[in-house]
Design a binder for this molecule. Structure first.
Ligand SMILES: Nc1ncnc2c1ncn2[C@@H]1O[C@H](COP(=O)(O)OP(=O)(O)OP(=O)(O)O)[C@@H](O)[C@H]1O
Length: 676
C-alpha cells in the first residue's frame, strides 16, 4: 500500500525521510522567517493581512508529489489515456494525424539504422575503393531516403501537434467555465471548493495541453526508442539491457527535480497567494484613494517584501537542490554510457561483433540514448503536469455534483402565488443558520416588503426566492411546483433581481441595462426613466454607448448612486413576473429615491415585488410587510397593522420618524426667535 507522508516529512524515492527545507512551507521547522504571512505562522505585528489558513488541497497535493517511482509508473497509463481522451475531444483528426505521423517517423528511424549496416558492410569489405563505394550506394540511398522521410514526417507531426495543443487548452477552459458558470451559488461560499476552483482554473487548466504535449512526446520518444532498440537487438541482444541501464540515473534525476518543483509550488502557495493580494492592494484603482488617505504604502510594501522574500528563498533553495540532483543524474548517466561503450569494445575485441555492425551499433546507441532521454523527460513532464491536471479533473468531477439536478417540473406558466414552507438555510461553513423555519405566502401582483436589522436574513430570503440558493430544509413553491424540482435557468429567467451588491459589468451603459436580453429601445426608455438612469445617460459622453469601465478607452466612471440607478433599470428592464429589489435606494439621492418608489408603486402593478429596505417610509404602501429577526419572521401585516402593535417594526419606524420630527427653522425665523 502507498505510504502517505506525514505533514513535516517528505519521503524520497529511495525511502529516506528528509526534513522539508522550504521556508514558509507548512512543514517548515525552526524557520527564521517566523511571522511570514501566508505561511500558517502567527502574523507579524505590522502585518495587514491575516495568515492564510492551511489550504485544504495541500494534503492531496503533497501525497501526490511524494509518491514513489512505482506510483509514477502506475499512474502513467491512466494519464496517457486521459491525455489522449482530452486530445480526441479537442481535435480527433489532429490527434490521429499526430500519433500516426510520429509512428511512421519511428519506422523510418529503424529502417535508416538497419540500412547503415549495409553501408558500413560494403565500405569495410575488401577490394578497390570505387567498387566498395558503388556497392554501398543502394544502402546509402536507403539511409538518405529514410532520413529525408523521417524529417518530413517529424515536421508534419510537429505541425499537427502545434494545431492540436491550443485546442486542448481551449477545450479544457471551456469545459471548466461551462461548469463554473452553472454551479450552485452556495459553492462559492464554500472556501474549500473555491480554493479548488482557483487551482483548477490556474495551473490545472493549462496542464491539460502540457499533458497532451508530453504524451505526444512520449509516443515520439517511445517510437524512436523502439525503432533503435529493434535495430540494436538485431545487431547484438546484450546491447539492449545495457542501454536501458543508462537511462535510469537520468530518469531518477528528472523525476526528483519535478517533484521538488511541485512541492515547492504547493508549499509556497500561501506566500504567493498573499503576494497577489498585496500586489492588488498596492496597484488596484479600487484601493488607490484609501491607500493614500490612510498612508498605507509603507506598511503594505514592507509586508509585500517579506512575503516575496519567503518565496524567493524557497526558489533559491529549490534551484540549489535541483542543480545537485541534475549533476548527480548526469554523472550517473555518463558512467552508464561509458559502460555501454566498454562492452561494445570488448565484444569487438573478442571478435563477437563484426566491425560494420559495431559501427552501426554506435549510431544506434546514440539514437536510442537521445530517444530515451526524450522519453524520460516526456514521462516526467507528463507525471508532473499530471499532478496539476488531477487538480483540474478532480475539481470538474466535484463541481458537476454541484450542478442543479435535472428539472422534472415546468414553471413556464409563472405562478399565482409563491409559498415558502418552513424554510431554513445555513451558508456552507457557517455555524448559525441565516434563516430558521420561515413560512409565508406571496400572491402574484402583490408588493411584499422585508424589514429587519442588519444580518437578520432579508437578503438570504430574497436569494432563496430568486432560486440562487436552495433551502437546507423546507420548500419554496410556485403554486404547487417545488423550485427544487424546476429547471433553475427557467426559474431565474422569470425573476429580476436588483441586488444589494449589484455587479458593475465592464460593458456599455446599454449593455449594463439590457444585459443579454433583446434590445428594445422603448422598453429601455421606460426602465431608464423609472430609476432616473435617463439623466445619468444624458450626461455620458457617448450616451448609452459609453463604456462604463475605466480600463477601456473612451470610458466613463459612474458614481455609486449612478451605478445603483443603472442596476435598478436593469431589474426593471427584464420582463419578469417576480422582481426582487434588495436595498434599491441605499445610494440614491432623495429625488431618485422618490422616483424609484413611485415607479414601483405605479408601474410594477401586475408584477410581484419583493422589496427590502431600511427606509421604512418607502414601504408604507406595501401589501404586506414581514419583519425578520435573527433569521425568523417575527411579525407580518400591513403598515397600519404593524404600527398598531408593539414590536420591532413600530420601534424602528418611530425611531426613523423621530429624526424628521424637529423641522429645522428657516434662518430668519431662527434669528427672530433668538432676538425675542
Ligand atoms: N455568503 C455568506 N456566507 C456566510 N454567511 C453569510 C453569507 N451571506 C450572509 N451571511 C450571514 O447570514 C446572515 C444573514 O445575512 P443577510 O445578508 O441575509 O442579512 P440582511 O438581513 O440582508 O442584512 P443587511 O440588512 O445588513 O443587508 C448574517 O449573519 C450574515 O453574516
Amino acid at each position: 500500500m502507498e505510504e502517505t507522508p506525514s505533514a513535516d516529512t517528505v519521503r524520497d524515492d529511495d525511502g529516506e525521510q528528509e526534513q522539508d527545507d522550504i521556508p514558509g512551507g507548512r512543514a517548515a521547522t525552526g524557520q527564521s522567517d517566523a511571522a511570514a504571512p501566508g505561511t500558517g505562522d502567527a502574523p507579524g505585528k505590522e502585518d495587514v493581512l491575516p495568515t492564510v489558513a492551511t489550504l485544504h488541497w495541500y494534503d492531496h497535493a503533497e501525497a501526490a508529489a511524494t509518491a514513489r517511482f512505482t506510483a509514477v509508473a502506475r499512474r502513467l497509463p491512466a494519464l496517457v489515456g486521459q491525455a489522449l481522451r482530452l486530445a480526441w475531444r479537442a481535435g480527433p483528426a489532429d490527434t490521429v494525424t499526430t500519433v500516426a505521423l510520429n509512428l511512421m517517423s519511428g519506422v523510418f528511424t529503424a529502417l535508416g539504422l538497419l540500412a547503415t549496416t549495409g553501408v558500413l558492410d560494403a565500405l569495410l569489405a575488401a577490394g578497390p575503393t570505387p567498387e566498395r563505394v558503388r556497392a554501398a550506394l543502394p544502402s546509402l540511398l536507403l539511409v538518405g531516403g529514410a532520413a529525408i522521410l523521417r524529417s518530413l514526417l517529424s515536421a508534419a507531426a510537429g505541425w499537427a501537434q502545434a494545431s492540436l495543443t491550443p485546442r486542448v487548452q481551449q477545450r479544457a477552459e471551456v469545459e471548466l467555465y461551462e461548469v463554473t458558470s452553472r454551479i450552485d451559488l452556495a459553492s462559492y461560499d464554500d472556501s474549500e471548493f473555491y480554493e479548488a476552483l482557483m487551482r483548477a482554473e490556474g495551473p490545472g487548466a493549462s496542464a491539460a495541453q502540457q499533458v497532451v504535449s508530453a504524451t505526444i512526446d512520449i509516443v515520439t520518444g517511445a517510437t524512436s526508442f523502439v525503432a533503435a532498440a529493434i535495430a540494436i537487438t538485431t545487431l547484438h541482444p546484450v546491447l539492449l539491457p545495457l542501454l536501458l541501464v543508462t537511462a535510469l540515473p537520468e530518469a531518477w534525476a528528472a523525476i526528483r527535480v519535478a517533484r521538488s518543483r511541485y512541492l515547492m509550488m504547493v508549499q509556497t502557495v500561501g506566500p504567493r497567494y498573499h503576494s497577489v493580494i498585496l500586489g492588488d492592494l498596492l496597484s488596484n484603482r479600487r484601493y488607490a484613494a484609501d491607500l493614500r488617505s490612510y498612508t498605507l504604502q509603507g506598511l503594505l510594501l514592507a509586508q509585500y517584501r517579506r512575503v516575496a522574500d519567503v518565496y524567493r528563498d524557497a526558489q533559491l533553495r529549490l534551484a540549489r537542490k535541483n542543480v545537485a540532483t541534475r549533476l548527480a543524474g548526469d554523472a550517473g548517466s555518463g558512467l552508464a554510457g561509458g559502460l555501454v561503450y566498454l562492452v561494445l569494445a570488448l565484444l569487438l575485441a573478442a571478435a563477437w561483433l563484426p566491425l560494420a555492425v559495431a559501427g552501426t551499433a554506435v549510431l544506434a546507441i546514440r539514437t536510442s540514448r537521445a530517444a530515451l532521454s526524450q522519453l524520460v523527460h516526456a514521462v516526467n513532464e507528463c507525471y508532473e503536469q499530471g499532478l496539476y491536471l488531477t487538480d483540474y479533473t478532480t475539481f470538474l468531477a466535484t463541481a458537476r455534483t454541484h450542478l442543479s439536478p435535472t428539472a422534472t417540473a415546468d414553471v413556464s406558466g409563472g405562478f399565482a402565488a409563491i409559498t415558502v414552507e418552513n424554510v431554513s438555510f445555513t451558508y456552507p461553513g457557517a455555524d448559525e443558520p441565516a434563516l430558521r423555519d420561515v413560512s409565508l405566502t406571496l400572491p402574484a401582483g402583490q408588493i411584499m416588503a422585508l424589514v429587519g436589522e442588519n444580518g437578520s436574513g432579508k437578503s438570504t430570503l430574497a436569494k432563496l426566492l430568486a432560486h440562487l440558493y436552495t433551502p437546507g430544509s423546507g420548500r419554496i413553491r410556485w403554486d404547487g411546483v417545488d423550485l427544487a424540482d424546476a429547471d433553475a435557468q427557467a426559474v431565474r429567467s422569470r425573476v429580476a433581481v436588483i441586488a444589494q451588491d449589484h455587479a458593475h459589468w465592464p460593458m456599455t451603459a446599454r449593455a449594463n441595462v439590457v444585459l443579454g436580453d433583446e434590445d428594445d429601445p422603448a422598453r429601455l426608455d421606460r426602465a431608464a426613466v423609472s430609476a432616473g438612469t435617463d439623466e445619468v445617460v444624458a450626461s455620458l459622453p457617448h450616451g448609452w454607448d459609453t463604456m462604463l469601465d475605466r480600463r477601456f478607452k473612451d470610458s466613463h466612471e459612474l458614481s455609486g448612486g449612478q451605478w445603483q440607478r443603472v442596476a435598478v433599470s436593469r431589474g426593471f428592464y427584464r420582463d419578469a413576473p417576480l422582481i426582487i429589489c434588495d436595498e434599491p435606494s441605499s445610494n440614491l439621492d432623495a429625488r431618485a429615491e422618490h422616483t424609484l418608489f413611485e415607479a414601483i408603486r405605479r408601474h410594477m402593478r401586475g408584477r410581484t415585488v419583493v422589496l427590502i429596505t431600511h427606509r421604512l417610509a418607502n414601504i408604507r404602501d406595501a401589501d404586506v410587510i414581514h419583519v425578520l429577526e435573527h433569521g425568523r419572521i417575527t411579525a407580518g401585516g400591513t403598515h397600519d397593522e404593524l404600527m398598531a402593535r408593539e414590536g420591532a417594526y413600530r420601534e424602528l419606524y418611530l425611531l426613523q420618524a423621530a429624526a424628521y420630527e424637529t423641522t429645522p427653522q428657516a434662518p430668519e425665523e431662527d434669528a427672530r426667535s433668538s432676538l425675542a
